[in-house]
Design a protein around this ligand. Structure first.
Ligand SMILES: *Cc1c(COP(=O)(O)O)cnc(C)c1O
Length: 222
C-alpha cells in the first residue's frame, strides 16, 4: 500500500514539486517499501532516529531533517542530512555552520518561518528572516547554503485560514527570491504542505511537500 500511496501522490503533484516522505517513527522496512517504489527523499524529526536509520538504509537516500534541533545534537544531524529544513534561530544557524566548517562538511538549510497562530510553533517571523538575511551579508556563513523556506500552517479545518497562511509564506519566499537573487542564488525551495494540506500548498506555490501519514499511515509513538 505504501507504494500505491506514493504513486498516487506523485501523480497529483506537478513535476516541479518534490515529495519528501516523512518516515519519522516508521521502521526501516516501511522506508524500504517506499524506496522500492522509487522514493528517494525522506524526512526525520529526531536526531538520534536519523543517525540510526542512515547507516542501515541505501546510500542514495537524501535525508531531510525537519524537527526542532538542539545544539548538542548538531553532530548527529549535519553529517547525515542532505537538507536541514528546521533552522529556527540565528544561534542554531551559526552553530550548524561552525560545526560544518570544523568538520569539512558543506551543509544546506531552510529557514523555518512562523506564520501559524498557535503559540507553540517554532520559527522566525517574516521580519526576522529579512533581518537575518541582511545580517548575513556582513557576517556571512562559511559552510552553509540557505536554500529556501519551510513553513507550517495552523492545524485547523478552516481551509481558507490555511490558504491565507501559505499565501503569506509564498509571498515572503518570492520577495526574498527576487531581492536577494545575487546574494542567495540557490534560494529555490519553498517547503510547505503536509498530508492534510498539501494540495492547497501546491496551489499557493509550494516546491516541496512533506508527507508522512498520507504515505505511511498513522504513527505509533513509542
Ligand atoms: C511530521 C511532520 C510532517 C508530516 O506530517 P503528516 O501530517 O504526517 O504528513 C511534515 N513536516 C514536519 C515538520 C513534520 O514534523
Amino acid at each position: 500500500m505504501i507504494s500505491e500511496k506514493i504513486q498516487k501522490i506523485k501523480s497529483e503533484l506537478p513535476q516541479w514539486v518534490d515529495l519528501v516522505a516523512v518516515s519519522k517513527f516508521h521502521t526501516p522496512d516501511a522506508i524500504m517499501e517506499a524506496y522500492n517504489a522509487g522514493q528517494r527523499l525522506f524526512g526525520e524529526n529526531r536526531p538520534q532516529e536519523l543517525a540510526q536509520k542512515v547507516p542501515v538504509l541505501p546510500k542514495d537516500i537524501k535525508w531531510h531533517f525537519l524537527g526542532h534541533l538542539q545544539k548538542n545534537k548538531i553532530k548527529l544531524v549535519v553529517p547525515n542530512a542532505y537538507l536541514i529544513q528546521s533552522i529556527d534561530t540565528e544561534e542554531l544557524l551559526r552553530a550548524v555552520d561552525r560545526y560544518a566548517a570544523a568538520n569539512d562538511i558543506k551543509t544546506r538549510c531552510l529557514l523555518e518561518v512562523y506564520i501559524a497562530k498557535e503559540e507553540s510553533k517554532q520559527g522566525f517571523s517574516p521580519e526576522e528572516i529579512v533581518a537575518l538575511l541582511d545580517k548575513l551579508r556582513t557576517e556571512p556563513l562559511s559552510s552553509t547554503t540557505i536554500c529556501g523556506l519551510m513553513g507550517m500552517a495552523s492545524f485547523t479545518s478552516d481551509t481558507e485560514q490555511v490558504r491565507g497562511e501559505f499565501k503569506r509564506i509564498a509571498e515572503l519566499y518570492n520577495n526574498i527570491k527576487n531581492s536577494y537573487s545575487e546574494f542567495l542564488p540557490q534560494f529555490n525551495i519553498l517547503s510547505i504542505g503536509m498530508s492534510g494540506d498539501y494540495k492547497i500548498a501546491v496551489e499557493e506555490g509550494s516546491t516541496m511537500v512533506r508527507i508522512g501519514t498520507g504515505i505511511f499511515g498513522p504513527r505509533q509513538y513509542y
